[in-house]
Design a protein around this ligand. Sequence first.
Ligand SMILES: [Fe+2]
Ligand SMILES: [Fe+2]
Length: 297
Amino acid sequence: MSQTLYSLAQTQNNPLDSLEEWEEDLLNRYPDPNSIVKEGKTIEAYRNYETTTRDTVKEFYRLNHIKQTYNFVLQKKADFLKFDKQEMTVWDAIEFLNQLVDDSDPDTDLDQLQHLLQTSEAIRADGHPDWMVLTGFLHDMGKVLCLFGEPQWSTVGDTYPVGCAFSDRIVFSEFFQDNPDRHNPLYNTKYGIYEPNCGLSNVQMSWGHDEYIYHMLKDYLPEPALYILRYHSFYPQHRENAYAHLMDKHDKEMFKWVKLFNPYDLYSKNPNPPNWQTLRPYYEDLAAKYLPATLKF
Ligand SMILES: [Fe+2]
Ligand SMILES: [Fe+2]
């Protein structure tokens, strides 16, 4: 393919200016209850969400919804869960991740490190356990998938189960009409290949940064942390309660942590960014307490 055709294909496959565009869209969908009150807005002002969503974001959801199939997920897991791409310290990984910058707005947008740090510092300020602080600090590290050449729609976006019917409570669920699994009788019933309340550990989730980082860190962190890592973008459940029929009692118990974490992820943007130089020793000790010297990607 010529260079121009190649970049055209790349752009068509990656409609967002940056991965943050999806996160900004989440904020429109799930606005901070505190800022609604502060700005004197009402919930009604946010109700026209679908009509005000940017075209680039809609296109991103469209690609995500038509391409995330059961087989696609299995293929990605077979490839990336070998962890044979690179071996890095946490600090090198963060530096690597920080290469993801917003093309459209390189000055005003926070870099990835700032988002991680603001999330973890907000958790720390509220006195939560240190493993939760570390989880906040690492939760988006799986976005390095994009730097390994994965398109935006298989790195970020709301996650949801595959192998059973797509819920109409998933954002822009009409786009699933063009997903082949939607027309496969194996996968398009309420339970699909699963049993009622079989537990999420038996369910395949759409592929993205959540599943990837969960598998990378699953031997090192306590169970609630692993639920946070694995399901933090599972908005169809933690916000919309659309998949309780696949969860078991233990999942429901553990989702308290996922729900506790979500506002720190969405609403921790801080006009006074924490200073990395000052904080770095604390995070070095914290990482050393739980993680090996290097991580395999
Ligand atoms: Fe995330
Ligand atoms: Fe995040």
